[in-house]
Ligand binder design. Structure first.
Ligand code: ZN
Length: 290
């Protein structure tokens, strides 16, 4: 079962989360013919989005999105607070498969941008830019937390052709340990221990085994697994919204040539057939372009 599992180091101001994905990644990548490296990178994005979403209290949707100018044009993972996930990669069609081998994230995106967007109930949508300052997605996100939130954070992501797993460990604001030097020491110790974890250990070891092995001297409380599943949030309305964002002129010319438009959801493959009349109805029902 795909899951997200929280834990705390009881005697330190440190929390963490482990995400394990298999079925949801299989569903997501099964609909597309991605090169192996992209499958794994997409797995990392979805895992990271879940880890990020667990660091904030919210009801809604978090999107981790990379827009690139290189062989990757778009890489996107969307997760909800309820554990629904979906994601896609859009690649440069002319790029040969060899283009994706042995490249770090920065090279694959070639001067692109990485953003986190949170759409939460009762709050304004907000977006932050994650500087592409590290070689890997995990490194970029660690420095993002350090800079934007001033929170010491450790992130490790591990993937293979069928699994994506990630661990996040984060220092909480001072509660138990008030002395700054002791806090720093404590964090450094935990970080050094955490960084000894290998990819295979992260993917194969049961959560309790893994954590007790890594932090043998710590009292660790592990909470129950939260299930995660692939669930597409597409609908006729959202599809119509995407159509409307094309603009009136382009839409009019599309409907001149076709009585109805066939649209495939990129995330789940569902086919939508939208004619001009339906579109008008959906518009009058109050949808807005997004
Ligand atoms: Zn869909």
């Amino acid at each position: 079962m795909d899951s997200s599992t929280r834990f705390v180091l009881v005697n330190a101001d440190i929390r963490g989360n482990i995400v394990r994905l298999q079925d949801s990644i299989a569903t997501m990548t099964g609909l597309h013919d991605y090169p192996g490296e992209i499958q794994e990178l997409l797995g990392q994005f979805v895992t990271a989005a879940l880890l990020l979403s667990d660091t904030i209290k919210f009801e809604g949707r978090l999107t981790l999105q990379a827009n690139g100018h290189g062989s990757i044009q778009l890489l996107m993972a969307e997760v909800t607070h309820e554990g629904d996930v979906r994601g896609i990669a859009r690649l440069d069609e002319a790029a040969p498969a060899s283009d994706f081998a042995d490249k770090n994230l920065n090279q694959l995106l070639s001067g692109g941008t990485l953003t986190v967007t949170v759409e939460a109930r009762g709050r304004e949508r907000y977006q932050s830019i994650v500087p592409l300052s590290g070689e890997s997605l995990a490194e970029c996100l660690e420095s993002y937390f350090q800079q934007s939130e001033q929170l010491n954070t450790f992130i490790r992501l591990a993937t293979n052709s069928t699994q994506a797993t990630g661990m996040l460990i984060q220092q909480l604001p001072a509660q138990l340990e008030q002395d700054p030097a002791q806090r720093t020491n404590r964090w450094e110790t935990i970080q050094v221990l955490a960084s000894t974890v290998t990819g295979p250990e992260l993917m194969q070891d049961a959560t309790a085994t893994l954590l007790h092995h890594l932090f043998a001297d710590e009292d660790i409380q592990i909470f129950g697994d939260t299930p995660v599943r692939f669930q597409c949030s597409c609908s006729e309305q959202r599809m119509a919204g995407a159509l409307i964002s094309l603009g009136e002129e382009d839409l009019a010319s599309l409907f001149e040539e076709n009585t109805s438009l066939e649209l495939n959801c990129e995330f789940c493959g569902t086919l939508y057939n939208i004619d001009n009349q339906t579109l008008t109805q959906l518009v009058t029902a109050g949808i807005k372009p997004h």
